[in-house]
Design a protein around this ligand. Structure first.
Ligand code: NAD
Length: 370
C-alpha cells in the first residue's frame, strides 16, 4: 500500500545495524498488524559511509535526510576510524546531519520503568514512576559562540575563551517547542539558566516568560537556576514535567537525569528543527548510546533505546502517539516478565540476546494489540 510517511534509517557502525534490525521488525509489525505504513529507505553514515564513499555522509544521503519526514540513526564510530583526520571522522557525519537540518531542540526523556527501579543509584521511592522530559537548546550558546580560542598573552600566559551567546529568536523557538510539549503532557515547564550571574541568563528568563505570557498562558511556568535544578534532579526528580534549558546546562542536566533511570541501553532521544510551510518539522531520532565496539557483533546490544527512539518518531513526527505508547507498553511488559539484555541484568532475571529481546517485544506487541 502506498505511504506518505517517509523514514530514512541510518544504522551506522558497531551495534547500530544490530539494534536497527530490531526496529525494522517492529516497523514490519506495524505494517502487518496496524496498517501503519512507512516508506522506509536505508543508507550509510559514519565509518560505513567512509568505507563506501570516503566520507562520513555523502551529499546524496544528506539530501535524502532533508527530504525525509524523520531520520532514525543507530550510532557512528569505532576504533577502525579513530586515526582519521578530525574533518572526516565518523562523528562528522552526525554533526553534519544536526547542522544542515538545523536541529535546535534536543529532547531527552528520563522515564523509569517499574521493573528497572532498582537499577537506579537513587532510592526506589525517589525514581518509581519518574517521567520527565529535558529539552536542550542544541545549536547555540557557549559551544558555538565567538570569540573563542586559546591565545597567548604578552606576559606569556595563555588564555582560553568561549562566549555564551543567545538571541531572542533562538530562545523563543526552543521555548515554543518546550511549551508545546508541556501542553501535551502534565502542563508544567521549568526553565533553567543562571540569571543571577549571567546576562544571557537574564535574557533567557525574560524571553521564556514573554513566550509564556503571549502564547502559552495555560502552561504552569517556573524559572529555576541551573545549579538548583541539578540538585533538585537528585533530591526530588518527580517534581518536574518538562525542563527547558540552554546547550551547556542541557548537556549536563540531561545526562544527570538519564542516569536516574539506569542504563545507557535504555535511553532514546529526538532532535527537532523548525517546521516548514507544510507544518512538517525536520527530525532526527537516535539512541543516546554510541556504537559500543566492545560488544558489537556479539548479540549483546540492548535494542530498547533505539526502539524507544522510533516510538518518539511515531509520537513527534507522525502524530501516532497511541502507537508510540504501544511500543513503550510492550517494552515495559517484557521487562516486567524478567527478560534482560546483559547491560540491565539483575539477580533473578533471564539474560537474553539482542534478537531474543526483539522477539519478545514483537510478541508483547501482538498480545497488546489482540
Ligand atoms: P558507547 O555508548 O558506545 O559505550 C559505552 C558503554 O556502554 C560500553 O561498554 C558499551 O558496551 C555499553 N553500551 C552502549 N550502548 C549499549 C547498548 N545498546 N546495549 C548494551 N550496552 C551498551 O560509548 P563509547 O564506548 O564512549 O564510544 C564508542 C564509540 O561510539 C566511539 O567511537 C564514540 O565516538 C562513538 N559514539 C557515538 C555516538 C553516536 O553515534 N551518537 C555517541 C557516543 C559515542
Amino acid at each position: 500500500m502506498p505511504s506518505n510517511k517517509t523514514l530514512l534509517m541510518l544504522p551506522g557502525d558497531g551495534i547500530g545495524p544490530e539494534v536497527m534490525r530490531e526496529v525494522r521488525r517492529v516497523i514490519d509489525w506495524f505494517d502487518h498488524r496496524r496498517a501503519v505504513h512507512f516508506d522506509v529507505s536505508e543508507d550509510l553514515v559514519g565509518g560505513a559511509a567512509i568505507d563506501a564513499h570516503g566520507k562520513p555522509l555523502s551529499d546524496a544521503t544528506m539530501e535524502k535526510a532533508m527530504n525525509a519526514d524523520a531520520v532514525l540513526l543507530g550510532a557512528v564510530g569505532g576504533p577502525k576510524w579513530d586515526n582519521l583526520d578530525f574533518s572526516i571522522k565518523p562523528e562528522r557525519g552526525l554533526l553534519r546531519l544536526r547542522k544542515d537540518m538545523e536541529l535546535f531542540a534536543n529532547l531527552r526523556p528520563a522515564i523509569c520503568f517499574d521493573a528497572l527501579v532498582d537499577a537506579s543509584s537513587l532510592k526506589p521511592e525517589i525514581v518509581r514512576g519518574l517521567d520527565i522530559l529535558i529539552v536542550r537548546e542544541l545549536t547555540g550558546g557557549v559551544y558555538f559562540g565567538t570569540p573563542r580560542g586559546i591565545e597567548t598573552l604578552p606576559n606569556g600566559e595563555r588564555r582560553g575563551v568561549n562566549t555564551q551567546v543567545y538571541t531572542t529568536s533562538e530562545i523563543q523557538r526552543v521555548a515554543r517547542v518546550a511549551f508545546d510539549l508541556a501542553g501535551k503532557r502534565a502542563g508544567r515547564l521549568t526553565s533553567c539558566e543562571k540569571a543571577n550571574v549571567m546576562e544571557s541568563g537574564v535574557l533567557w528568563r525574560e524571553e521564556v516568560q514573554k513566550v509564556h505570557d503571549t502564547e502559552f498562558p495555560g502552561i504552569q511556568l517556573e524559572h529555576m537556576y541551573a545549579d538548583n535544578c541539578a540538585m533538585q534532579l537528585v533530591r526530588n526528580p518527580k517534581q518536574f514535567d518538562v525542563i527547558v534549558t540552554d546547550n551547556l546546562f542541557g548537556d549536563i542536566l540531561s545526562d544527570e537525569a538519564a542516569m536516574l533511570t539506569g542504563s545507557l541501553g535504555m535511553l532514546p532521544s529526538a532532535s527537532l528543527g523548525a517546521t516548514d510551510a507544510t507544518g512538517r518539522r525536520k527530525a532526527l531520532y537516535e539512541p543516546v548510546h554510541g556504537s559500543a565496539p566492545d560488544i558489537a557483533g556479539r548479540e549483546l546490544a540492548n535494542p530498547i533505546a533505539t526502539l524507544l527512539s522510533f516510538a518518539m518518531a511515531l509520537r513527534y513526527s507522525f502524530d501516532l502517539g497511541e502507537d508510540a505508547s504501544l511500543i513503550e507498553k510492550a517494552v515495559e511488559s517484557v521487562l516486567a516478565g524478567g527478560l534482560r539484555t546483559a547491560d540491565i541484568m539483575q539477580p533473578g532475571t533471564a539474560k537474553v540476546s539482542t534478537t531474543v529481546m526483539g522477539d519478545a517485544i514483537v510478541r508483547a506487541l501482538d498480545k497488546l494489540a489482540a
